[in-house]
Design a protein around this ligand. Sequence first.
Ligand SMILES: O=P(O)(O)OC[C@H]1O[C@H](OP(=O)(O)OP(=O)(O)O)[C@H](O)[C@@H]1O
Ligand SMILES: NC(=O)CC[C@H](N)C(=O)O
Ligand SMILES: [Mg+2]
Length: 501
Amino acid sequence: MCGIVGVVSNAPVNQLIYDALLLLQHRGQDAAGIVTQLERKFFMHKAKGMVRDVFRTRNMRALPGTVGLGQVRYPTAGNAYSEEEAQPFYVNAPFGLVLVHNGNLTNAQALRAELFTTDHRHINTDSDSEVLLNVLAHELERATRGVPLQVEDLFRAVAEVHKRVRGSYAVIAMIAGHGVLAFRDPYGIRPLSLGRGKDGTVMVASETVTLEGTGHVFERHVAPGEAVFIDLKGQVHARQCAENARLFPCIFEFVYLARPDSVLDGISVYQARLNLGEALAKRVVSTVPPNEIDVIIPIPESSRPSATQLAQLLGIPYREGFVKNRYVGRTFIMPGQGVRKKSVRQKLNVIASEFKGRNVMLVDDSIVRGTTSREIVQMARDAGAKKVYLASAAPPVRFPNVYGIDMPTATELVAHGRTVDEVREIIGCDALIYQEVEGMKRAIGSLNPKLDGFDASCFDGVYVTGDINPDDIARINEARIGQEDALEEDTSRLALPNAEV
Ligand SMILES: O=P(O)(O)OC[C@H]1O[C@H](OP(=O)(O)OP(=O)(O)O)[C@H](O)[C@@H]1O
Ligand SMILES: NC(=O)CC[C@H](N)C(=O)O
Ligand SMILES: [Mg+2]
């Protein structure tokens, strides 16, 4: 998952965008970038690494201007290694355009070919976001050729982007000399919200925590298929640009990706996780008698709200049995299985007294590859636990994700093609309790009846854009498997993404 932000202000925006990116760091740890604009000139700095490592004082000083964009990247297409694939991306025509993207295109390969043969545009990286930028540039060129830019032209261009581009995309683009354009795909798979500061600054960002944390008041979510243009005076123009827009946000945002203090599409992520804990309690009761559980222990960080609620409903003590090293990032969004595995041990350590001689129930938000669960179950046993039960606030992850979560191959998913008992055996716990798919959808969906549904493809195998076939998945898989292999070979990339600092 990437985090994106765009700002139009009357004051310099470099520090503001930096602060916003720090509030989005949980969405991408691999690369970061900022672009600002002063008198039609763009100033950009982007590199691999976490926000604090990428931007030094000298880089910040070289980002003047009162309008700008930023991005933190978690690669889901192209090359996780490539510095060039850090965002923002730039093209010089029409006007001068820069773009940041959160999501994943499912027809990037076909578009890349089409851009070259028909639109005569060259894409120089493997990134799908560069493809997206060039489609937008081409459509904007067609809408405005030879005449000054009108807001209507922007909306027409976005409508054409919706027709050509498949997959998930929350986008913020800056058009030199004009302003900032933000839009979401017609299913609203990836989140985007808009807020305003007291001084008239307008901010668009992936999560509401970014607005609040930088002193802006949340105004509204950008609707699926909608485009919002903020001109240089801070005036907001909006238009529904998709023919059949419907709201199907990614359910994994609520399970794991987003911060709990954010509200996405009218749903508090924290409340969603509490509700998941409540639904999980019913599942636990039917599997392990509560009087056989001495203590409930969350796997920090993301499972805490669900675990608290579970413990309260079952009337079992909630204890912190694992301490998290706050200097290790999120392991799931690290590229490469070797790095992820090593990082779990570096990240979590036990408080042995909470385990010794007890029947413990560990709670995690989700079990994907099983990397975390296998390690922590063993750690609990090593610390002297009598029985180790594991509960997951999400259902088994059985299907690849093609919309911007890095789980491209079914075979890497511990629950793919396995029964719950087979998974339990692999993880090594005494009982394994999963949430049910419908229970999960009800628990979160009940918080906003206006939703049309969810993209829950990694849980139910239903791809909301309707155009995903096994060939697409196989093709995406192939590209990503090559990547993972390359990462495994590189032993220099150890657990701490910013270790060299
Ligand atoms: O089954 P796996 O492949 O191990 O993936 C699932 C785990 O990864 C995530 O934790 P992560 O460390 O990324 O972040 P967190 O600190 O927010 O929980 C998630 O919360 C699970 O703990
Ligand atoms: N997680 C994301 O949103 C990734 C954006 C884009 N697909 C990339 O890989 O850079
Ligand atoms: Mg976790």
